[in-house]
Design a protein around this ligand. Structure first.
Ligand code: CA
Length: 410
């Protein structure tokens, strides 16, 4: 009897695992999630959407420009791109990746690696959304169609925050959050370009480049579970990076720095999210400290304390997720350093993660902090949780329910 029951259980689990694996891979390979209208619409004074705005774009388009100081058409291209960018007509960002100097020698090793990765044969070559499209040469008449073509692409639903703070002596603190809004794990890569708005490097005819590449602040692989975030904070020191002329970047001017963050996936290598930021005179609060009981009983209320400081002594708001689907949305303001106490109870047994972040009155957000807590778990509730999970899955994949029913009746 026991052997027969074990066989059934083995059969059910095998079907369950096969379907779960298959379901995940199908969901990961499809690229059909759009977040149209997620960007701010550009609304005219009469409340109609400007027909030339990028309101229908799924994401901010990104262009990396392979360029060289000894290339004549690169001078015109630099001006054409900048004019379109400053017109605000399209939702796009770009970086001039200056590979060679006026003598045709390598100027920046990372720029050189970037160009080789895209097999650049002539300059300028503009790579849109990591080669979804490219423009070779100085052809401004191709810009509108190319940017629109990229802007309408279907992308994974990824959002991000990017904050930069000036630490003095050529040092920047760069905080990022990448949020995966997809139902499946996101596997990809992030890059954050440090650029000078008016570049230290000039073109063939002596005009300064705009958004001239210096270095990466981030160049990392990422893997983010559904609904989760990837957070990081780095200090980029211009004194520690230099070009191939031996000149370091410790002399950067904080008012002349723009950072561009791109997120792209491993499936098609195309860009899903672009973000841009300049240095703010304001600093966000530190990630909040969370304290309170880490073990307890369900349906009993426990007090949790949240506190943090703001570098500029600004008042602070708190955002708390209790891990059970409930949250406290930007409560406050509280004074910097003042303690916030909230009571909460959990209805079901389980392990929960309390997450909290803070923002100041200027909307500068801190990084998240977390506290894991455990409400008692016994065998009965574990069994119930498994049944609940299987039931949820079989609602999504009805054939699985029929297979399990069939197996149990063998
Ligand atoms: Ca502040």
């Amino acid at each position: 009897m026991n052997i027969r029951l074990n066989e059934k259980l083995f059969f059910v689990l095998t079907i369950f695992l096969l379907c779960a694996v298959n379901f995940t891979s199908i969901a990961m390979s499809k690229n059909d999630i759009t977040n149209k209208f997620s960007k701010s619409h550009i609304i005219s004074d009469d409340n109609t959407i400007d027909s030339f705005s990028s309101y229908y774009f799924t994401h901010t388009v990104f262009a990396g420009i392979a360029t060289s100081q000894n290339c004549k058409p690169c001078d015109d291209w630099n001006e054409n791109l900048y004019d379109l960018y400053m017109s605000g007509e399209y939702d796009f960002e770009y970086v001039e990746i200056i590979e060679f100097d006026h003598d045709g020698k390598i100027l920046n090793l990372k720029a050189n690696e970037w160009s080789e990765n895209f097999d650049i044969g002539s300059y300028p070559t503009s790579i849109f959304d990591r080669d979804f499209d490219r423009i070779i040469g100085n052809y401004p008449e191709q810009l509108s169609d190319t940017i629109e073509n990229c802007g309408e692409r279907t992308v994974y639903d990824i959002s991000s925050t990017l904050n930069i703070f000036w630490l003095d002596n050529g040092q920047l603190q760069i905080d990022i959050t990448i949020q995966n809004n997809e139902p499946n794990t996101y596997v990809g890569h992030i890059r954050c370009f440090v650029t000078e708005i008016i570049s230290r490097y000039d073109t063939y005819y002596g005009d300064p480049y705009h958004f001239g590449f210096l270095d990466y602040a981030y160049d990392d692989n990422i893997q983010i579970e559904s609904g989760n975030s990837h957070m990081d904070s780095v200090i980029w020191d211009g004194n520690e990076h230099e070009d191939e002329h031996g000149d370091d970047f410790g002399d950067i001017d904080p008012d002349n720095i723009q950072l561009v963050l791109i997120v792209y996936n491993n499936n098609n290598d195309f860009i899903d999210e672009t973000n841009v930021a300049r240095i703010s005179g304001n600093n966000p609060p530190d990630a909040p400290m969370i304290s309170g009981q880490t073990k307890g009983n369900t349906k009993e209320e426990y007090e949790y304390k949240f506190t943090t400081n703001d570098f500029n002594n600004d008042n602070i708001f708190y955002y708390v997720e209790w891990g059970d689907g409930t949250l406290e949305e930007w409560i406050g303001p509280y004074e910097s350093g003042e303690e916030l106490i909230i009571s909460h109870s959990w209805d079901e047994d389980g392990i929960y993660t309390i997450k909290a972040k803070a923002k100041d009155i200027h909307d500068a957000e801190s990084l998240w902090n977390t506290l894991d807590i455990e409400m008692p778990i016994n065998k009965k509730s574990t069994y119930f949780l498994i049944l609940k999970y299987i039931n949820n899955l079989t609602n999504v994949v009805p054939i699985l329910k029929q297979l399990i029913w069939f197996a149990l009746n063998l």
